[in-house]
Write a protein that binds this ligand. Structure first.
Ligand code: S6P
Ligand code: ZN
Length: 193
């Protein structure tokens, strides 16, 4: 089988900030995620009193989402909390559950939080230089537990696909919240399988 040749190329990553030049930028604000934080009243209060708030940005290198490609992007999660819960990404399973992913920490500090289909949760601390591995079958979300932007590079197979719906419906069984100045995992009161 013959495949059309794709031209090699490179992208410029700012290792301090996580910004990739000339990438496609996706911005997620609190209004995009208003039901995903456990303290929904706190989310509504922020929206009413402060207006919308930028939670995270994704800088994606444009590539075809197909088998054989290695998709890559950076994520920058801005510091802050909604109630006690730290700013985080929406989180997803890969549509093809058998597709893994690699994260490389660039700036700030946070956690990679993973959840199996059965609701088991794991937390992997991340900082600049951490290589965190998302094995096949785990939903994944990242959380900024620090006071500065938390940025990381991600790479994953081009045919993974993204299933956001499952996590939108169930949430994660455990949340990362601030307890006496320490990031702490607690049970999610809204968790349902
Ligand atoms: C993609 C990879 C990341 C996330 C990004 C934002 O498979 O896991 O690039 O897309 O961190 O998170 P989310 O859950 O909004 O896609
Ligand atoms: Zn992913």
């Amino acid at each position: 089988m013959s495949q059309a040749l794709m031209e090699p190329f490179s992208s410029q990553l700012n290792l301090e900030t996580g910004v990739i030049a000339q990438a496609q930028i996706i911005r997620r604000t609190l209004s995009d995620m208003r039901t995903m934080f456990a303290d929904r009243a706190a989310a509504e209060r922020i929206l009413a009193e402060e207006g919308d708030r930028l939670i995270y940005e994704v800088y994606a290198v444009p590539l075809p989402e197909e088998e054989g490609q290695i998709l890559h992007s950076t994520t920058i999660i801005y510091p802050g909390r909604v109630g006690d819960e730290f700013h985080m990404t929406k989180g997803h399973f890969h549509e093809k559950r058998a597709r893994a992913e690699i994260y490389v920490g660039l700036a700030g500090e946070g956690y990679l939080v993973l959840q199996s289909e059965e609701g088991e949760v794991r937390g992997v601390p991340m900082q600049r230089g951490t290589i965190a591995y998302v094995p096949p079958l785990w939903a994944h979300r990242t959380v900024n537990t620090g006071a500065t932007p938390f940025a990381f590079l991600a790479a994953w197979p081009g045919d993974s696909g993204h299933d956001y719906g499952t996590i939108e419906q169930t949430g994660f069984a455990r949340l990362l919240v601030n307890r006496d100045g320490q990031p702490t995992f607690v049970d999610n009161p809204h968790w349902r399988r």
